[in-house]
Design a protein around this ligand. Structure first.
Ligand code: HEC
Length: 215
């Protein structure tokens, strides 16, 4: 019930998400600048897809994000048996490769956060909307267990996300007491690292999937 009403709200912000996503590139399209944000919520805007997201596409998104999480944690666990600095190397090179490998059959997956280690993972557009919905759950005192977010996107696409929560193992590289050699390995690769200082149970970010329209 609450899930359904949540989706209605989500549907109404899709147009905003699209506008934000369109700003993602550094250079504005020739002759076209992003529209100034309007304060008038009732102003006519491009027809936002108000339909609920397609259930089969949501299931595919869920399957793909599950696969991404499984592969990442498997690879991370293996690499940490060698050593944490070595595991950082693995995350650096293999996290993007794993995401690319799982992105098949019209589904694209990735991770996003407000405090990125890799700047490519900064949440914006609809990913920031999804994150906001998880943050609202936390602020309301609801847990994140089993939480997910989905919405119909433009062109028949479906968007899906699940929260990523800090577990004890994550604090080795994302916590507030990071070992010196780990700090050094992080600083060497991520001079603008924002992804530290987390405590167990905190929302770290999300895994997302964008599912293309069925052919
Ligand atoms: C061995 C160190 C290490 C551990 C342990 C670790 N991470 Fe990371 N994490 C990294 C590195 C390195 C990156 C950047 C990867 C890249 O360049 O794409 C990263 C990136 C991320 C991102 C993508 C957003 C960003 O900041 O770039 C998320 C989300 C994330 N980690 C969550 C977790 C969670 C949840 C855990 C625990 C299950 C965890 N990490 C454990 C090293 C680690």
């Amino acid at each position: 019930m609450s899930r359904r009403s949540g989706l209605v709200v989500v549907g109404s912000v899709v147009a905003v998400s699209v506008a934000l996503a369109a700003c993602k590139g550094d250079a504005p399209a020739p002759g076209g600048r992003a529209q100034p944000a309007s304060d008038a919520p009732a102003a006519p805007v491009a027809p936002a897809p108000s339909s609920a997201p397609d259930a089969a596409a949501v299931a595919r998104g869920k399957q793909a994000t599950g696969e991404l999480k499984r592969r990442l944690i498997t690879r991370l666990t293996e690499a940490m048996q060698v050593g944490t600095p070595e595991a950082i190397e693995v995350c650096n090179t293999q996290a993007p490769e794993i995401a690319a490998a799982v992105s098949t059959g019209g589904v694209t997956v990735g991770r996003a956060t407000r405090k990125p280690r890799n700047p490519a993972n900064l949440a914006d557009g609809w990913q920031a909307e999804a994150l906001a919905s998880f943050e609202a759950r936390v602020a309301a005192g609801d847990g994140l267990d089993g939480a997910s977010w989905s919405a119909a996107g433009p062109g028949g696409t479906t968007r899906y996300a699940e929260p990523l929560v800090i577990q004890p193992v994550c604090t080795v590289c994302h916590g507030d007491a990071i070992a010196r050699d780990v700090q050094a390995a992080l600083a060497a690769r991520y001079p603008d690292d924002q992804a530290t200082g987390y405590r167990v149970g905190e929302l770290r970010g999300l895994v997302w999937a964008e599912v293309a329209a069925a052919p």
